[in-house]
Write a protein that binds this ligand. Sequence first.
Ligand code: AMP
Length: 382
Amino acid sequence: MVTSILHEAPRVSFDDLSFSRGTQRAVADQGWDAPTPIQALALPPLLEGEDVVGLAQTGSGKTAAFSIPLIEALNPKTRGVQAIVLVPTRELAAQAAAELANLSRYEPVRPVVLCGGTAIGPQIKALKGRASVVVGTPGRILDHLNRGTLRLGSVSYLVLDEADRMLDMGFAPDVKRILSYTPDGRQTALFSATMPDTIRGIVKQHMRSPRWLAVESEAPTVDTVEQVYYRLDGRDKTRALRSLIDAEENPLAIVFRRTKHGATKLHRQLERDGYKAGLLHGGKTQAQRNKTLATFVGGRTRILVATNVAARGLDVPNVSHVVNYDLPEDVETYVHRIGRTARAGKDGVAVTLVGENEIKEFNKIKRGLPVEVRESKLPISA
Ligand code: AMP
């Protein structure tokens, strides 16, 4: 087993890597100066057709790390589905499909997205066209396999993205069944933020002498986030939030609540107070979620009230603030929530509102973090 632990970013430029001119141009269009560390590590072996296990978090640039070789591996003469990307959530599927479409803009790939929560009819229709790439969640993909509307016998490239999350969500049996539908000789890339034994088991059983790759810092985004907390009376949280928002010129803030009900209530209150805000939680349809996200990404709403559904994978550039209105449940949730800001090297602020009766619970989270969270004073008294 080969493991490459990266201590410094290797000096590789996109020009050093051999991929087609169309993809080179598409990468140049993104305005990226150089490969991110995980890209510098994973692109060469993946372009060579090797299997790769990458320890990487969202925000590391892993989507492009598996998308570029995927695009390069497609054979225009082959019919049927050649590549499949398995992800844990609909949001991630949409993001991966968008990145694939962007990076293949000169030789359009048009991935078919297969996720639950949306009508199956249009998906079946899309699969009947010349679908070469499929991106989706395990449950719905298995559903298509069972219905016979999807065949994976021509798959030569398979990605398991956020594998730990997929297993946490109970998808292990589905993932294994999907793997069994694909040819043994396929190339496989697996990305995960952690490497529990179940994943090691899948790697051992289903991958061919993979390269193990890791960047030294497992939480790259967290270092560039300024983290503060405010101690206050729990009843003053809405007022505190308002004063935080008012103190900023043009904030783009995600505000986290624990429950759908809490998020809905806060959203209603903010709108009543004259703020333009979006609301994102698991009870919304996919169409509603997409619309809310598009409005937020476009800056037309500057506050997004969300439950943890938005904590993982959501990639909105320029989010300036993450506000923990309710405390996160644990350290991991904290890290994933605050990872929504300071994307791709930008700065961001993570604010936690800690009610007097929550101090003990928050101290427990604080102790589990590698960086210090400062206590701060509200811009104007709440
Ligand atoms: P990911 O880890 O795939 O969720 O990517 C995080 C963000 O980094 C996305 O917005 C990408 O568009 C962006 N990104 C990917 N590769 C690069 C790169 N080489 N340079 C700068 N940004 C990048």
